[in-house]
Design a binder for this molecule. Structure first.
Ligand code: FES
Length: 115
């Protein structure tokens, strides 16, 4: 198996509200839609609030702070105030276990105002 693949959890452990984990300095969330697993940045692109603390309705995740809506499958903003899409990531599922390819992580540029 690829050395960049990190074991995250079993598919059956992913709750409807999403499963959050950290890779390096990034927060990522796994969601199950039908039988497919999606991974998105667990960080609103407006003011960086954790999205798994928000609310989910089918394929949409809502930010708990100002209510921006994002499509879990594509990362697209569906409703502001956020204007930037979420980053999406590839996951590998094998025998009901979820692995994340850490090779796709790029570090956020940190500035005094953003973190
Ligand atoms: S912090 Fe998410 S919409 Fe403002």
């Amino acid at each position: 198996m690829d050395q960049n693949l990190l074991y995250i959890t079993s598919v059956e452990n992913i709750p409807y509200e999403g499963y959050s984990f950290n890779v390096d300095d990034r927060k990522i969330a796994l969601f199950k839609i039908a039988d497919k697993i999606y991974a998105i940045e667990d960080r609103c692109t407006h003011l960086h609030v954790q999205l798994t603390m928000g609310f989910r309705e089918k394929n949409i995740i809502g930010c708990p702070l100002h209510g921006a809506l994002f499509d879990i499958a594509t990362g697209k903003v569906l409703q502001g105030p956020a204007v930037h899409d979420l980053e999406t990531f590839r996951v590998v599922v094998e025998n009901g276990e979820v692995y994340f390819d850490r090779g796709q992580i790029t570090k956020h540029k940190r500035t005094k105002d953003s973190d």
